[in-house]
Each structure stands twice: as structure tokens, then as C-alpha cells.
Design a protein around this ligand. Structure first.
Ligand code: CA
Length: 252
């Protein structure tokens, strides 16, 4: 059985019970950056790695401030960076109202630095040298905490004339109570949390079906079809869930 799995399924299996999270690593020291990328990818994370604060700032600035549209689930940030320091980057994100979890990884170990880092809005702090195992554990803890916060903050999600009540497991479509299966509900909830984001089938499988699912990506297409039948006025001309040719799906 294992032999027939492709790489992405394999990493999903190593990663029992979690979803694929995207982590931004900002670290100027090549060897540490590479170590972080390798270690995190091995744990099933998607990683984007940058070597200076200015590039990171530009990438973050290009995004809307709302955390939900932000393309990263977590930032691992070195403090001493060329051009723009980690502290300034952190300050900037928080000033924008972005609540993405930030883990500072730094050689600076004074109490003052630690306090300052936390004061400008970092969530956690790890001194170099660190063990990869501890870093991954901290990342997972931050991601878990953030997921809980987001869930608690947004019990109701509204998009045009669709309203989803996360905690009550209810959906109103144009004012009408609509029954969704658990998978359809989870799929819609994910779409509504990230309007306009394009998802490929693999990402949707990871997030909605999780690792206990090993099978055909066509499952996604089938569920999308069912969901369209329940949401769309004309399922053959979908307005909410659109197909992005050659890639996957987008909501909104
Ligand atoms: Ca550095």
C-alpha cells in the first residue's frame, strides 16, 4: 500500500491529524535557513524562506492586512536581519492589524531583547542554538492556539447571501436553512474563511479530508458539485465556487 503513495500523501501520513500550514522563514544565515526549511518540510509544512527583512516586508505589504487573507499561517523570524530588522517587521505587521503567529528565533539572549520582542507583538521566543524538535513543537503550539482563536473570533461567517454558523453547524443560503454533509460544511467553511483564495485539490484534501483519506482527488470534484447544487442558483453557471482551470477552485 505504502509503495503506491506519492510524496505528498506520504508527508500527509507522517503528519497525523494536522493540516498543511504555510510558514514564512526570515533568516539571513544560510545554514540556519536551510536547516529550518529542511526540518519544517520534513514535518509536512509548506515553507517560504527569505534572507532579509526588506524582502519579507515587501511580501507582507503586498497583502491585505486581514489575517485571513494573509498567505502564511506562521512566521519564524530572526531578529538581526539585513535592511529591516525582525523587530521592525514584527512591529509593522501588528500595526497593520495582522495577528499571524510570530516565533522569534534569535542569538540575542538578553532579557531585554526577549521582553522587547514580546512587546512588539511576537508570540514566542526561541534562542539559538535551538533543537529542531523544540522549534517544531513551538510552531505546532502557536498554530493550534491561533486556530482556536480564529474559530472563537468568527463563529459566524457571511459572504454575500450565504451565512455560516461555525459553532451551530448551520448554513443559510438566501435566508433558507440548507443541510450540508460534514464534509460539505467543512469545505464551505474553509472557502468562506479565505475568500478569493485559489485552492488545488491536494490542498483541499489535506484541509478538509485530512490524512485518514487516501484516495482519488476526484472526491473533491464530486463534493464541489454537491456543494454547488446546494449553494448556486444555477449550478451549471456557478457564481460562488468557480473552477480555476488547470489549478483548482476559488470561492467568491
Ligand atoms: Ca541574523
Amino acid at each position: 500500500m505504502m509503495l503506491t503513495l506519492n510524496m505528498s500523501n506520504h508527508s500527509a501520513i507522517q503528519n497525523l491529524g494536522t493540516v498543511t500550514n504555510r510558514i514564512l522563514v526570515v533568516e539571513d544565515e544560510d545554514s540556519i535557513r536551510e536547516l529550518l526549511v529542511l526540518g519544517l518540510e520534513e514535518e509536512g509544512f509548506e515553507v517560504v524562506a527569505l534572507a532579509d527583512g526588506h524582502t519579507a516586508l515587501t511580501q507582507c505589504q503586498a497583502q491585505t492586512p486581514q489575517t485571513q487573507d494573509f498567505p502564511f499561517d506562521l512566521i519564524i523570524l530572526d531578529l538581526m536581519l539585513p535592511k529591516v530588522s525582525g523587530l521592525d517587521l514584527c512591529r509593522f505587521l501588528r500595526y497593520q492589524g495582522n495577528h499571524v503567529p510570530i516565533l522569534i528565533v534569535s542569538a540575542k539572549i538578553t532579557e531585554t531583547d526577549r521582553v522587547l520582542g514580546l512587546e512588539v507583538g511576537a508570540d514566542d521566543y526561541l534562542s539559538k542554538p535551538f533543537s529542531m524538535r523544540e522549534l517544531v513543537a513551538r510552531c505546532r503550539a502557536l498554530l493550534r492556539r491561533n486556530r482556536l482563536n480564529i474559530a472563537a473570533d468568527t463563529p459566524t461567517i457571511q459572504f454575500q447571501d450565504i451565512t455560516l454558523y461555525s459553532e451551530e453547524y448551520r448554513v443559510l443560503v438566501r435566508g433558507v436553512e440548507t443541510n450540508l454533509s460534514p464534509r460539505e460544511f467543512r469545505l464551505l467553511e474553509l472557502f468562506m474563511q479565505y475568500p478569493r483564495r485559489v485552492w488545488d485539490r491536494e490542498q483541499l484534501l489535506d484541509r478538509v479530508w485530512g490524512i485518514d483519506f487516501i484516495g482519488d482527488r476526484k472526491t473533491v470534484d464530486v463534493h464541489i458539485r454537491w456543494l454547488r447544487e446546494k449553494l448556486e442558483i444555477d449550478p451549471s453557471q456557478p457564481q460562488y465556487i468557480t473552477t480555476v482551470r488547470g489549478f483548482g477552485y476559488r470561492f467568491g
